[in-house]
Design a protein around this ligand. Structure first.
Ligand code: NAI
Length: 332
């Protein structure tokens, strides 16, 4: 039996994690879910954003399936997501973006994985108000963090028979920070002579991705660029409701969708839960339940290609629960 922490989160989080949990349980995998919550909804009730039981559950179980957590824009508390990634040194944010048959999208051959450095860059949280009219954010890039995310990306490429890794940077302008990141990726690439290193400046990458995404197989990049490119790539395959993610460290792993708490559709049974379901499949693969993971991926693909139970964001009229039931049916 596996002990796994489940954090439902805010907004659509409880709906989409409930859907994912039902589907994971329906595969027959023996999981004891430890449900603890954090975020804006918890703050409203208890006056604390991350209760102690959340940390102790994560530290005990090591594996987490998490819904999105709301972060206020501008003033207010800092992101709990960023805090958890830094606290547990979850250095690799891995986001696979793959075209799903049955959805009408501009490209038919997108199959890439983004490796986003997850602990530093412009997300280091070092911001200062110099005076009333001047604010600054400090971008921190270290050799240690850059080398390990680069290595993760190349190891993934090698293990999955990918021929190319693209490093996305802006080293022409940010010569020291992005320059260091680029140098580290180049250094790691020397150990993988069979894999081509593509060096792409981030603005060019945005254009390349919307014109010819099949040129890319694995993308490795810094924190902010990785975040932006993930949403861009999600748009290419049908939207944020489809892209899963993993935050991997040496000891702890948190699996969550790329999307946020979607307050505009929260509580309406409208959300597409596939991104969290596929995050759950990544989690099962990570803990060694590859067969069950594939079962879920196949059931999701089958449900989408049948086209009968699609949520509104995918052009259908099904509710979250309708789609969940259809996926469970397709597991069988
Ligand atoms: P968002 O991803 O929540 O929503 C953007 C748009 O995509 C909205 O129109 C939403 O309805 C739609 N959408 C997102 N997920 C969907 C799904 N599963 N099914 C159908 N439609 C979906 O991004 P937004 O509005 O910028 O952020 C909302 C909140 O979420 C913010 O407080 C933000 O900080 C937080 N957030 C949290 C993340 C996390 O916990 N990992 C990640 C991204 C944002």
């Amino acid at each position: 039996m596996y002990n796994i922490t489940l954090i439902p989160g805010d907004g659509i989080g409880p709906e989409v994690t409930d859907s994912a949990r039902k589907i994971i349980d329906a595969t027959g995998v023996n999981i004891k879910w430890d449900v603890v919550n954090a975020g804006a909804s918890v703050y409203e009730k208890r006056g604390v954003l991350v209760p102690d039981e959340v940390y102790s559950s994560i530290e005990k179980n090591k594996i987490v399936l998490k819904g999105p957590i709301t972060t206020p824009i501008g003033c207010g508390f800092r992101s709990i997501n960023v805090m958890l990634r830094k606290k547990y040194d979850l250095f690799a944010n891995i986001r696979p973006v793959k075209k799903i048959n049955g959805l009408v999208t501009p490209f038919n051959d997108i199959d890439l994985v983004i490796f986003r450095e997850n602990t530093e860059g412009l997300y280091s949280g070092v911001e200062n108000q110099r005076d009333n009219d001047t604010a600054e954010a400090i971008k921190i890039i270290t050799r240690k963090a850059s080398m390990r995310i680069a290595r993760e990306a190349f190891i993934y490429a090698k293990n999955n028979n990918k021929c190319k890794v693209a490093v996305v940077h802006k080293a022409n302008i940010m010569k020291l920070t992005d320059g260091l990141f680029l140098d580290c990726v180049r250094e790691v690439s020397i150990d993988f002579p069979e894999i081509e290193l593509q060096e792409v400046i981030v603005d060019n990458m945005c254009m390349q991705l919307v014109m010819n995404p099949s040129k890319y197989e694995v993308i490795v990049t810094t924190n902010l660029y990785g975040d932006i490119l993930s949403d861009l790539c999600a748009g290419l395959i049908g939207g944020l409701g489809l892209v899963p993610g993993a935050n991997i460290g040496n000891d702890i792993a948190i699996f969550e969708a790329v999307h946020g708490s979607a307050p505009d559709i929260a509580g309406k049974n409208l959300a597409n839960s596939i991104a969290v379901i596929l995050s759950g499949a990544m989690m099962l693969n990570y803990i060694g339940e590859k067969e069950k993971s594939n079962l879920i991926i196949n059931a999701v693909h089958k449900t989408i290609s049948e086209g009968k139970y699609l949520t509104k964001d995918l052009g259908g009229t099904a509710s979250t629960t309708d789609m969940t039931d259809a996926i469970i049916e397709n597991l069988r």
